[in-house]
Design a binder for this molecule. Sequence first.
Ligand code: PEP
Length: 253
Amino acid sequence: MRRPFVAGNWKMHGSRAANETLLAELERRLKPEWPVEMVVCPPFVYLADAARQLEGGRVGVGAQDVCAEPVGAFTGQVSAAMLVDVGCRYAIVGHSERRRLYHEDDALVARKFAAAQRAGLVPVLCLGETLEEREAGATEAVVARQLDAVLSIHGAESLSKAVLAYEPVWAIGTGRNASPQQAQDVHAFLRRRMAAQDATLAGQVRIVYGGSVKAGNAAELFAMPDVDGGLVGGASLSADEFQQICAAAAART
Ligand code: PEP
């Protein structure tokens, strides 16, 4: 049985005061007995504070991005080792906002994936098609290309310490989630693609869905056999919504 995984991507939201309140509320609401890996991903500048506040608890801390290089003259960048140093255990790589707004391509995402793993972080690798690509019937080709960029360089084994996040671009921040069946179809495709290289591993890798997940649709999405949890944007800024989403993931087990 794969352990459900739910991560909140706070994007560029928050303040020291607001974060402290939200995290205290999450610590109060997220039940330690839920068999769910729960993670929050605040902006870089708040990671150390968040890790300190959550230390020893049930909620892990992740970054929203990571530099592909280990150290050096890379103004504005944050290395994987620095993230580990301040208490992070995860890093999102290849989020569609990074791919689209900051022109990150598959090769760079694969390097970020490897940099995160080398430092001991669990990469959360985001994959997903745009609306135009879906309408052109290219969804599988797009996510296969994005997955293969990592598989071909780092091998299937590298996915044993990673989480995949299927995030259709048209569903992110739009309020329009993929239907449970649309999500299931892509997750099953990704699992088959991994299975072609390593069937045992393919059965173990968590594939979570992201794109307008909220309290009202989490249970039906997580009821699908290959949907192992969620990567949650907007709804993760509400303790009540995030609690209900984590509860829906716990009910899956
Ligand atoms: C995301 O940013 O990864 C995301 C899925 O956002 P939202 O839940 O707001 O669609």
